[in-house]
Design a protein around this ligand. Structure first.
Ligand SMILES: Nc1ncnc2c1ncn2[C@@H]1O[C@H](COP(=O)(O)OP(=O)(O)O)[C@@H](O)[C@H]1O
Ligand SMILES: [Mg+2]
Length: 351
């Protein structure tokens, strides 16, 4: 403000009188005549007076605006700084209220809140994951140490039955470690896909061929159905085999003897849908929205005996989404069978 005032003063002082003098000369007033000298003097003092008043008023006005703006920005920044300090201190539920601080600040506040929200969600996920892993580890480790202690104390002998229990528990631990690594990889962006242009029918045939033996052993019929003239899809064949293998494995596990499982490939909008439908025990409506969550088991007691850790469908979902597709599940309820669907976009380009 001071710089502006001094500049205006100097420039007006330098320019004004000479311009006025030039005008007087043009009007035909000779230099040094009394009336002209008086007019120039009058101009100078009028300019000084009006400039002083104008600069004073401008100073006051800009001071008022500056104070207002500084306060407002200060208040907004203070709110933001407090929220940032909260988040840094671990209170991840802290948010900045969006109360019309101006569009830049509102954007900043929204971005901050979004960041805090994501931090909070991933922190929650991390906690749940740790709790779930601890829970999964507890049972096999407890069983193993009880058996080892029993053998040490001579209460148990290393009979084939004891060995079978030990082996069962160690392989459960090994499978858990494997699943954890797989789901972490599948859900991270590190997942390396080697997509190839594939015929959806071929995916179905490969998947059902590898599952067939287990189906025959349990006495569950496995039917394939592939629609004609399906567009090809760009998928990593190994990952897709893993996806369909998971679904077929689940379907077999939850379908009683003499049941039927159908694996199909059909057209869906601009892409393809692969579905696995079973006539088995079904999933009740309250469990249905959660089956794709890590460690989720609809029937904990029974599935623990079956040996699943509830990670399979989380891996399935992550793998399909990495391909740009999506998954869905439908079940009319207990005893009504279940259908899982995998939607994949058609491969781009021709052929
Ligand atoms: N075809 C199915 N029929 C009935 N329930 C199913 C089916 N597939 C999955 N589920 C339920 O969803 C849960 C999660 O499945 P999944 O993630 O593969 O874990 P897991 O097979 O290790 O138990 C299962 O525990 C089961 O309760
Ligand atoms: Mg499974």
């Amino acid at each position: 403000m001071v710089t502006g005032g001094v500049t205006a003063w100097l420039v007006a002082g330098a320019v004004g009188p000479s311009v006025f003098h030039a005008h007087m000369a043009q009007a035909g007033s000779p230099d040094g005549v009394g009336s002209v000298v008086h007019a120039e003097e009058a101009f100078r003092s009028a300019s000084v007076f009006s400039l002083a008043v104008a600069l004073g008023a401008a100073l006051l006005a800009s001071l008022a605006v500056s104070i207002f703006l500084t306060r407002r920005i200060g208040r907004s920044l203070g709110t933001l700084a407090a929220a940032a300090a909260d988040v840094a201190g671990g209170r991840l539920d802290s948010r900045v209220p969006a109360d019309g601080m101006g569009s830049e600040f509102d954007e900043l506040a929204a971005a901050f809140n979004q960041m805090a929200g994501r931090l909070e969600a991933s922190d929650g996920l991390r906690r749940r994951l740790m709790a779930d892993v601890a829970h999964e580890l507890r049972t096999p480790v407890a069983t193993l140490s009880a058996y080892v202690e029993g053998i040490e104390d001579g209460v148990l002998t290393l009979s084939p039955e004891t060995m079978a229990v030990l082996r069962g528990q160690t392989s459960r631990l090994a499978r858990l470690a494997q699943d954890l690594a797989a789901v972490t990889q599948a859900e991270s962006s590190e997942l390396e896909l080697r997509p190839r242009r594939m015929d959806p029918g071929e995916l179905v045939v490969v998947a059902s061929d590898s599952a067939r033996e287990a189906y025959i052993a349990k006495g569950v019929r496995l039917e394939e159905q592939v629609a004609a003239r399906l567009p090809s899809v760009a998928v990593d064949p190994d990952r897709m085999a893993q996806v369909l293998g998971n679904l077929l494995d689940n379907a077999l596990r939850h379908t009683p003897q003499d049941g039927v499982v159908r694996i199909r490939a059909g057209a869906h909008q601009a892409g393809v849908v692969l579905s696995v439908e079973d006539s088995g025990e079904g999933i009740s409506a309250d469990h249905l929205p959660h089956v794709f969550e890590r460690f989720y088991r609809a029937d904990t007691a029974r599935d623990r005996v079956h040996g699943g850790s509830g990670i399979g469908l989380a891996i399935t979902k992550a793998l399909v989404e990495a391909h740009g597709g999506s998954v869905s599940v439908h079940s009319a309820g207990s005893g009504q069978g279940t259908t899982f669907r995998v939607f994949l976009p058609a491969a781009g380009g021709s052929g």
